[in-house]
Ligand binder design. Sequence first.
Ligand code: COD
Ligand code: ATP
Length: 202
Amino acid sequence: MSQALQIGVTGGIGSGKSMVCRLFSCLDIPVYSADSRAKWLTNHDPVIREKITALLGPQAYNESGIYNTAYVASLVFNNETLLKELNAIIHPVVMSDTESWVYQHSDSPYVIKEAAIMNAAGDKNTLDYVIVVEAPVSLRISRILSRDNRSEKEIRAIIERQVSDEKRREIADFTIINDETTALIPQVMKLHRSFISGKNAG
Ligand SMILES: CC(C)(COP(=O)(O)OP(=O)(O)OC[C@H]1O[C@@H](n2cnc3c(N)ncnc32)[C@H](O)[C@@H]1O)[C@@H](O)C(=O)NCCC(=O)NCCS
Ligand SMILES: Nc1ncnc2c1ncn2[C@@H]1O[C@H](COP(=O)(O)OP(=O)(O)OP(=O)(O)O)[C@@H](O)[C@H]1O
């Protein structure tokens, strides 16, 4: 069976990647969330657990053995080197996990992979197109202040560790504007129709 078209969805913290992915999901399109899958793997893959403990110390997992995201975030979102080392532990495992997931969804017209970190389509990955979700930084910060238990300082530290909007635009085949002024659903529907029909959505 041939593989489904693979579409990446990326964007900075609070841009609305997950919101956009929920809309694709409502259209019956399978969605793989690399961020949440990475968290699941950090809790269930013994090799990842061992390497993270060696890198960040035993506090990386709490007394019940659960991945201590608040502790890890406080370290890696303030330290570029540690973040790269954490990525190097988790990403290869997520990549091979994604491959088997894609294979399981070969009968879908296309699949969506959501991730905070992404290469351009075709650039050392299997994506056919990349969608970048964008929103003004001030709106992203206010969304995360309402959604998460994080201070504005912590949110800004995450934004600084993430790639810039300019860099993200370089890898975008398509852009979705999620600024709460531009209607979101028609943008998703336009892309959905073109992915289904196999035509270029541009
Ligand atoms: C650092 C961790 C513990 C923070 O967990 P926490 O629940 O506090 O935050 P959350 O996961 O919601 O992330 C906050 C924001 O940072 C983004 N983010 C997560 N990991 C990364 C990363 N490696 N680089 C850049 N941005 C990232 C998320 O997309 C989100 O926008 C966690 O995100 C993690 O383990 N990240 C490494 C795994 C990873 O690289 N995931 C990305 C896709 S594979
Ligand atoms: N168009 C919108 N209208 C109203 N609220 C929105 C909209 N888009 C996103 N939000 C809200 O903003 C918050 C951030 O959105 P979402 O979780 O989709 O972003 P994200 O890019 O996936 O963030 P992260 O990178 O942190 O995972 C959520 O609480 C979401 O419900």
